[in-house]
Design a protein around this ligand. Structure first.
Ligand SMILES: [Zn+2]
Length: 281
């Protein structure tokens, strides 16, 4: 477990980016990641497919019934069962975690920081309005944080979906903006570098039963893109139906940290070079 080639994971959440937007709008950066990395446009999120619920699962590794964030708002979970938040688990292994998301109204800043503290983030930046501004604000971290986890959350597509409908012209424009920034992010982190693992995914789709929302169990709400890339990743396809719960387990595993028993998913070992697999086998 000494020579782990992956030293840091850059995890970017493309909020509300429906996977069929990738071929429909011919999004070049997503398509390039599918080709050079390992991914699927048939990943599966957790139910209910709300950002707060999905982010709680992504950052705790736990199924919703375990972490208890099942409504539409962010809050500290009532303790139903023991949780091992991902940043906290990485922190115990000596690895820092940073979070970069859009600024929130001042009255929510306190609760946002309390949640981030609970999860164990060592650095939280609530700067910018959209993907372009959030990425610009995260550039120093992307240059300087060479270990651990760097999370980015980009709200553009979800916002447009709620306002104008999923797959509407405004949504297409937002999806293109996300894809453009994803391309910039790929340039910033060097996808040939085996020490950086990029994971780009959506938290949910949208327009399944309500053209302006995404909380149902309809496949259009539940199906997400999950894309892995980096010098340690073997190109190919992830199994359709790969769960978003497999992502936090993969982050731990790739960074050489033991996956906690409270996690509901399994590492996507098949996405990595055999040498990486044998190291932690
Ligand atoms: Zn939403």
């Amino acid at each position: 477990m000494i020579d782990c080639s992956v030293q840091r994971v850059v995890l970017v959440v493309l909020d509300g980016l429906r996977p069929d937007a990738v071929p429909r709008f011919a999004l070049p950066s997503c398509a390039a990641l599918l080709k050079r990395g390992r991914g699927t446009l048939f990943g599966r999120t957790v139910s209910p497919s709300l950002t707060s619920t999905v982010m709680a699962s992504l950052l705790s590794g736990a199924v919703p019934s375990r972490h208890g964030v099942e409504g539409g708002r962010f809050h500290l979970p009532r303790i139903r069962a023991h949780l091992d938040p991902l940043p906290r688990v990485l922190g115990a292994g000596g690895l820092p975690s940073s979070m970069h998301l859009a600024r929130v109204p001042r009255i929510f800043a306190g609760v946002a920081n309390r949640i981030a503290n609970y999860l164990g983030f060592s650095d939280v930046r609530l700067v910018g309005h959209d993907a372009a501004e959030i990425l610009a604000a995260a550039e120093p971290s992307l240059r300087e944080q060479t270990r651990g986890l760097i999370c980015l959350h980009w709200p553009d597509a979800d916002r447009a979906g709620h306002a104008a409908g999923w797959m509407s012209p405004a949504y297409e424009q937002a999806a293109r903006a996300l894809d453009l920034q994803l391309g910039r992010l790929c340039e910033l982190i060097d996808l040939d570098d085996p020490s950086t693992l990029l994971i780009a995914l959506a938290d949910h789709g949208g327009g399944g039963t309500d053209p302006l929302h995404h909380a149902s169990d309809h496949p259009m709400d539940m199906t997400i893109p999950i894309l892995l890339a980096g010098g340690s990743v073997v190109p190919g396809a992830l199994t359709p139906g790969t769960s978003i719960l497999d992502v936090p387990a993969t982050v731990c595993w790739a960074l050489g940290v033991q996956v906690p028993d409270s996690f509901g998913g399994s590492p996507l070992r098949e996405a990595f070079t055999p040498s990486r697999t044998s190291i932690a086998a």
